[in-house]
Design a protein around this ligand. Structure first.
Ligand code: ZN
Length: 204
């Protein structure tokens, strides 16, 4: 099943990449938007247990959203042990788990976010954003370093952002940074959707 998902994921990614440079038929976009939710996996009780084991403070919300934008096995994350989040947020359990793994792996002490769940299309395209499924989070600050002002700088803060973005590539399917495009000039977009790793090749 994982192999099938990977094949479908790579195929979808290739189609979307081609679509960025050519005109996409509206039928293909519609097809993607119908089938992307089918591939969602909420992780079940095992995911919830794994989140508990990592000392995350959260509430389970069950399946949320709509037919178009389902959020599978949603959790409201209210806090972490030894990590300060700017405010609580909702994510699909597997994405919350990957976020926790990244935060712990990168030894993040604090972070600010700009939102998670939002049923909408990707900017400039008809494809549904991963935010639609609670599988994405936008991070604006890490350990006091501001992505808007510190990204690309040689300062300690700039280096910290580059380091945490690079580590995010180990945990997320897509990591979009200010180097990706203008739309991400002030945040990291981290998602667990269909992807083949970091889109930005110049994270360091
Ligand atoms: Zn985003």
């Amino acid at each position: 099943m994982n192999l099938i998902n990977a094949i479908i994921g790579v195929s979808m990614f290739c189609l979307m990449t081609i679509g960025a440079t050519t005109l996409f038929s509206s039928d293909l976009i519609r097809l993607f938007n119908v089938f992307r939710p089918v591939l969602l996996d909420g992780g079940g009780k095992q995911c919830i247990s794994s989140l508990r084991e990592r000392d995350v403070k959260f509430r389970t919300l069950g399946n949320q959203g709509s037919d178009t934008c389902p959020v599978m096995n949603a959790v409201r994350v209210e806090g972490f042990k030894n990590i300060v989040a700017s405010s609580p947020f909702v994510l699909s359990c597997p994405t919350a788990l990957k976020l926790t793994n990244w935060l712990q792996d990168a030894q993040v002490k604090s972070f600010s976010h700009m939102g998670t769940v939002n049923c909408r299309k990707m900017r400039g395209s008809g494809f549904l954003s991963e935010h639609s499924f609670g599988t994405a989070i936008d991070i604006s600050k890490v350990d006091g370093a501001d992505i808007k002002s510190d990204w690309g700088s040689n300062s300690f803060k700039g280096q910290r952002l580059a380091e945490t973005a690079a580590i995010a590539c180990k945990h997320f399917s897509n990591v979009l940074t200010p180097e990706t495009d203008r739309a991400h000039h002030d945040h990291f977009h981290l998602d667990t959707g269909l992807g083949v790793g970091c889109v930005s090749s110049q994270l360091r």
